[in-house]
Write a protein that binds this ligand. Sequence first.
Ligand code: VGL
Ligand code: ZN
Length: 210
Amino acid sequence: MKALILVDIQNDFLPGGALAVPEGDQVIPVANALSAHFDLVVATQDHHPAHHGSFAANHPDRELYEVVDLNGLEQVLWPVHCVQGTPGGDFAADLNLESVHQFVPKGTDSGIDSYSGFFDNGQKKSTGLDDYLRSKDVDELYIMGLAADFCVKFTALDAAALGYRTHVIVDGTRGVNLTPDATEKAFEEMEGAGIKLVRSEALLARVGQA
Ligand code: VGL
Ligand code: ZN
C-alpha cells in the first residue's frame, strides 16, 4: 500500500509567512493533483507552543538563525512560526484537505524541535505516524511539502531508515536554503540514503492524468 505524505504545507511557510520558503506556494497545486490519486494521504503540521525553544524570540541574547544548544541538541533559531491556534499555523487555504485521511501534529514539545514527521530531533518520542502507516499496511511512501532541506528531508530519512520504500517528489518541495546549495545537498543526502527522487508528472502519467 502506498501513501502520500504532505509535510507542513502551512501559511507560515508560504511567501509572506513568518518563515517563508521561496516559492513555497508552488507545492500546493502539486499536492492537490496528487492527493486525488492516493488511497491514503497524511498531512503533517508543525504545531508549536508560543514558548517553543526553537524560536529566536525566546532566546533574547541570541540572533535569528544562530545555532544553539537546546537541551543537548543543535538547534537553529527560527522566527516565531506555526504557533498553535494562529493563522500562520493553519494549512494553506488552497490546499485540498478533503482527501487527507490523517493529520500528524509535531513540534508540540517546547524543549525539542521535530523536523521529521516520525520522531522529534532526538529520536526520543514518536509522533505515531509509523504506527498509523503500519496499521494501514503502508510500505511505500511519496513525500513532498515544506521545507525540502528541513522537514521533508528528515521525514524522508526517517522513513527510509524505518524500511519504507521512500520517494521524494522534487517538484512538490522547496527549500529554505539558509545556504544557497542546501536544497541540492539535501537531495544528494536523500539519494545517498536510498530515497528515490521522482517528479509529479511521472506519477500522474502512470495513472493516465498527464
Ligand atoms: C520547518 C524549520 C522549522 C519545516 C519547521 O517545516 O521544514 N523548518 N520548523
Ligand atoms: Zn517549526
